[in-house]
Design a protein around this ligand. Structure first.
Ligand code: GUN
Ligand code: ZN
Length: 438
């Protein structure tokens, strides 16, 4: 990994959320909109941010200024749940979760035993993240340790902050995709030693979901978490009604689905559970009490017919929520599209998701869900300099609509409703331009 010594100075319109909040209604007070702003980065971190007028004197000599007068610059998007090996199978027809896994997902994931294949898809995947303004993601690999190597190697080329891990899965899957109690433990341990904290990489212990791990394997996963308390735990929870019934059959001694993970020591401030569409009251309490986080994946929940995530309930219960694309059950890499669908999921429950709340979930709230809000999520001085330059007028229809935008919130809402990768003009990682639309 090359070390970054460059200084970058960016002038333009900046929008971010200054502080994490306990309630959605508090977000408005934390919105920071600087119409003519300046952001200076040094060695990958933000060294100065504020009004252009006040900041010019802080620009080191011989620094070239990149000016984006028309665009909107926001913190990099954070995707709290995505599967890199499922990139090629987006849009697989007709099934709900359990049949979808057997019919499409497992055959696709078998290919990642081949490191060359994993390298190719990992490269494509990282490019696709950048193209969509996503600068950090929490990522499922496959059961194969080499799939984790492939992904971290691809991310390192851009100094991208990724969290990822090897799937642990020792039952209810094809033999070519299963590990064992022991190999899951020792392979995960070797990967933690190799990757966790190397550059910006972080490791996540990744049991696929309770049905594909034996109790013995979950116990070893919990042991790993005890040995390495600073690594993450990443899995699925309460996505689909048949899945929940199956977990209850497989683990009759536990009170519910989340209790399985909790019993094995897999809940906590660095634990992220994808979906949580059908949690019971005691499970909400456990999520809160253990400070565990949810990845809300609207395009996936709609595509697989899983259900409607109750975002309002998560605020009530004070449970951290980030947004996830959940590629390839999700249908877009783009957080703009994900927000568009999140809004509709809330509408179907008679709730309103404001543009600023969506921005929060996609940036600082996502960082908080990943326990990284001290490093990511806004333009505070000292944070890592990951940000996105958005073109609000990428199509004729967007141009027409944006000309009539009443204010910045209305402009942002229109972008979230209609936007996609055409709106991502540039993506900066650690102060460096890692992608630019041509
Ligand atoms: N539950 C277990 N595995 C998966 C997966 O790959 N995708 C989704 N959406 N849910 C899961
Ligand atoms: Zn998933």
């Amino acid at each position: 990994m090359s070390s970054v010594i460059a200084t970058t100075a960016i002038r333009g319109r900046f929008l971010d959320i200054q502080n994490t909040v306990a309630q959605a209604r508090e977000i408005h007070d934390q919105v920071r909109y600087v119409e003519d702003g300046l952001l200076i980065t040094q060695n990958g971190k933000i060294s100065w941010f504020g009004e252009w007028e006040a900041g010019q004197q802080h620009i080191p000599e011989n620094t070239q200024i990149e000016h984006y007068p028309e665009q909107l610059i926001v913190p990099g998007f954070i995707d709290t749940h995505i599967h890199f090996p499922q990139t090629e199978m987006v849009g697989a027809y007709g099934e709900q979760l359990l049949e979808w896994l057997n019919t499409y997902t497992f055959p696709t994931e078998i290919q990642f035993a081949d490191k060359n294949y994993a390298d190719q898809i990992a490269h494509f995947f990282v490019q696709e993240l950048l193209k969509n303004g996503t600068t950090t993601a929490l990522v499922f690999c496959t059961v194969h340790p080499q799939s984790v190597d492939a992904l971290f190697e691809a991310a390192e080329r851009h100094q991208m902050r990724l969290i990822a891990g090897k799937v642990m899965m020792d039952r209810h899957a094809p033999e070519a995709l299963t590990d064992t109690v022991e190999s899951a433990y020792s392979d995960s341990k070797a990967l933690i030693k190799k990757w966790h904290g190397k550059g910006r990489n972080l490791y996540a212990i990744t049991p696929r979901f309770a049905p594909t791990s034996t109790p013995e394997q979950l116990e070893r996963a919990g042991q790993l978490k005890t040995e390495y308390p600073n690594v993450y735990v990443h899995t699925h929870l309460s996505e689909n009604k048949n899945e929940i019934a199956w977990v209850k059959e497989l683990f009759p001694e536990q009170k519910g689905y989340l209790d399985v993970y909790h019993h094995y020591g897999l809940t906590g401030e660095r634990s992220v559970f994808a979906h949580c569409v059908h949690l019971e009251e005691h499970e909400w309490d456990c999520m809160h009490d253990t400070d565990s986080a949810i990845a809300f994946c609207p395009t996936s929940n709609l595509f697989l017919g899983s259900g409607l995530f109750p975002l309002k309930k998560a605020w009530e219960k004070q449970v951290k929520v980030g947004l996830g694309t959940d590629i390839g059950a999700g249908t877009s890499f783009c957080q703009l599209q994900t927000i568009n669908e999140a809004y509709k999921v809330q509408q179907l429950q008679a709730d309103k998701l404001s543009a600023m709340e969506s921005l929060y979930h996609a940036t600082l709230g996502g960082a908080k869900a990943l326990h990284l809000d001290d490093k990511l999520g806004n333009f505070n001085i000292g944070k890592e300099a990951d940000f996105v330059v958005l073109n609000l007028k990428a199509t004729a229809l967007q141009q027409l609509r944006q000309q009539r935008a009443k204010n910045i919130e209305d402009a942002l809402f229109a972008l979230f409703t209609m936007g996609d990768d055409r709106n991502i003009q540039a993506t900066y990682i650690y102060g460096q331009k890692a992608y630019e639309q041509i």
